[in-house]
Design a protein around this ligand. Sequence first.
Ligand SMILES: *Cc1c(COP(=O)(O)O)cnc(C)c1O
Length: 426
Amino acid sequence: MSDRLPGFSTLSIHAGAQPDPTTGARATPIYQTTSYVFNDADHAASLFGLQSFGNIYTRITNPTTAVLEERVAALEGGTAAVACASGHAAQILVFHTLMQPGDEFVAARRLYGGSINQFNHAFKNFGWNVVWADTDDVESFKRAVTPKTKAIFIESIANPGGTVTDIEAIATIARDAGVPLIVDNTLASPYLIRPIDHGADIVIHSLTKFLGGHGNSLGGIVVDAGTFDWSKGGRYPALSEPRPEYHGIKLQETFGNFAFAIAVRVLGLRDLGPAISPFNSFLILTGIETLSLRMQRHSDNAKAIAEWLSTNPAVAWVNYAGLPGDKYHNLARKYSPKGSGAVFTFGLKGGYEAGVKLVSNVTLFSHLANVGDTRSLIIHPASTTHSQLSDDQKALAGAGVDVVRLSVGLEDKEDLIADLDQALKA
Ligand SMILES: *Cc1c(COP(=O)(O)O)cnc(C)c1O
């Protein structure tokens, strides 16, 4: 064995996995079981009391899912991870661990639309209050912090426009406020950006998108960076105070730099229940094996299409951080030098009608509401995801009537350009 640390592509294939100890199976098997036989009564008691690690029930742990968790933790540079049923489930698990009713968190206004809904509506029922800030005005995060603030939440590369966030500047504000920085790294994937290297304390993903990568399975994951001291000032009682359901143990004291991941699993996942299916874990693991190849191709294809669109007479503007003139180009060069990802928006001179026509006339692009598939995807937000908003509200959300969003897939770029060309001319 050399003492070289394994690189990203090597970890994508091997981290967390070994040949199956009973059968020698080289691919990670799908452990499609709900429960696990105890060795004896003492073993059972120690598992239930968190005195030893092991499997009890697939709502809490599963051997296939454990490989997925170890692999993503390795790729992100975290101490541990907890997988769950979807990206939205990951967000609920994180905030359930951090928040008490009446608490606040600060979130970037520019987020995945589903997250904006979740924070504005569903979270209100738990008494968790979102305060919005603007990633183009980093100081707005500082102004939004109050004594009730328990976390700051941003996306590394943000929906829908593929804009790049100044993670380090916002991490400094979080550190000064004594709260963790949570980064949704879905659109970048750890291949393009590793938020923990820039000061994030918690990273989440919708595994549904680029990590799974093939548009076939929902999943989510929470990665613990192991960087945050949860015992300071008693602000995070789930981590610092004795747990009545576990014989009074204190999670931070007992589990140190992976206490947050343990809390997400044994308080959140156990009691709220959004477990991932072992079959989905298997499919997502298979996707992750090719993550570095896919993300590079996604980014290279997207850049070629953004360049082509920016010279097209039907196109009013293109926002892609990978283009030299783009507002976010300097941030992209700092945070994601290998490429700017697959997702970006552009505007049509013909407005609403032209947007509807374009999505109707493409044949290789699929008209649907998702990102991060091998297939290229297109959507006109004003007539779909954002159709209930007024024209002014649409514009504020980055979904003006002329806006089209692409998630560029892995096909030959010449074919994708030919499809857009015929649809724009039609
Ligand atoms: C899709 C997505 C989510 C939600 O994930 P699901 O797996 O659909 O629940 C969260 N954040 C971002 C950036 C996403 O793209």
